[in-house]
Design a protein around this ligand. Structure first.
Ligand code: UDP
Length: 320
């Protein structure tokens, strides 16, 4: 298949590219290299399976031409990372709302199936034991900038769903829970690569808040396998589907585990949220996915455990 991946030079996008190339597809990547890196595609650049175009999803004529020429669109381009969102809220909103609008408009014009990537951030402060796709969203004030990412991704979901319901455009929507692995950068906030990076240098590990907040981390290769299964199944059209691993860990325990696993001498240092993210920041205490839907639709379950994720990230950092 001729496939377009927006954001294909990014963390998840580049792993998806690896997989789709291995499956024999012909890939075009559109990426503005805001957080993506050409280096992530080094195995493919100059080869015959991948063409790379540096550009933005906000450039409608460029995007429109690429979508016209493709058979399937994976839309992964987005402004990501909590640091990035709170420091560049306007650009993030434009990219994440207008960019997706552009993708869906062109896909509709040429009747091309679109795979839309959303986020567990849409659940906001809902701390239920097991977040199901139909669960309520609980958000803080719109001017608490952290929530602008949640707002944008929720609009993307509603738009994609409306295109399916009203126009019969083939759309599939997934919500990634915390996804980690090689190539992810700590610079935009993501906790696991940050902790591993600090641990390997025996530098202090910074835990924000009291560290009792929890997350569930999934391996990027598991996530990519989920994406491919969902993308090419018939029973997933028009659906919103969680992708994540339901093993829950506190940030304190994560810090201790990373230190132990990397034989590090790092100390744990507590940093107030305001210092890390600026005034008025709100974190979520907990975020656990329910993964019954993906299991029942495509038979996917996560395979990698947190120790594997940490060692894969450590190996990647050490290889640089
Ligand atoms: N976090 C931390 N230290 C860091 C980076 C993040 O304690 O150096 C915390 C962050 O406040 C949050 C959790 O780790 O409670 C996960 O953060 P991340 O940005 O990776 O994901 P998200 O908040 O989007 O789930």
């Amino acid at each position: 298949m001729r496939i377009l991946i927006t954001g294909g030079a990014g963390f998840i996008g580049s792993h998806l590219t690896d997989r789709l190339v291995a499956d024999g597809h012909q890939i075009t990547i559109l990426d503005n290299l805001a957080t993506g890196r050409k280096e992530n595609l080094s195995a493919h650049l100059g080869g015959s399976s991948v063409s790379f175009i540096e550009g933005s999803i906000l450039d409608l004529p460029l995007l429109d031409g690429l979508i016209k020429d493709t058979e399937y669109v994976f839309h992964l381009a987005a402004a990501v990372g909590v640091f990035n969102i709170v420091n560049h809220p306007l650009e993030s909103l434009m990219t994440n709302i207008r960019g997706t609008e552009n993708v869906l408009e062109s896909a509709h014009k040429y009747s091309k199936p679109v795979f839309v990537t959303s986020s567990s951030e849409v659940y906001g402060k809902n701390i239920s034991d097991s977040l199901k796709e139909s669960d309520d969203r609980i958000l803080g004030a719109p001017v608490t900038l952290r929530w602008s990412y949640s707002e944008a991704k929720a609009i993307d979901e509603s738009l994609a769903y409306a295109y399916w319901v009203e126009k019969k455009l083939e759309t599939r929507i997934v919500r990634f829970f915390n996804t980690v692995g090689p190539r992810q950068l700590g610079a935009y906030g993501m906790v696991v690569p940050r902790f591993v990076q600090f641990a390997l240098k025996n530098e202090p590990i910074t835990v924000y808040g009291n560290g009792e907040q929890t997350r569930c981390f999934g391996h990027v290769l598991d996530a990519v396998d989920a994406v491919v299964r969902i993308a090419f199944a018939e029973n997933t059209i028009g659906k919103v589907i969680n992708i994540g691993n339901d093993f829950e860990i506190s940030i304190n325990d994560l810090a201790r585990k990373v230190i132990e696993q990397t034989n590090s001498k790092s100390e744990i240092v507590y940093v107030p949220y305001e210092e890390a993210y600026g005034d008025g920041f709100e974190d979520m205490e907990r975020r656990v996915p329910n993964i019954e839907l993906i299991k029942s639709l495509v038979g996917w379950v996560p395979k990698s455990d947190l120790s594997t994720m940490i060692s894969d990230i450590a190996q990647f950092i050490q290889s640089k």
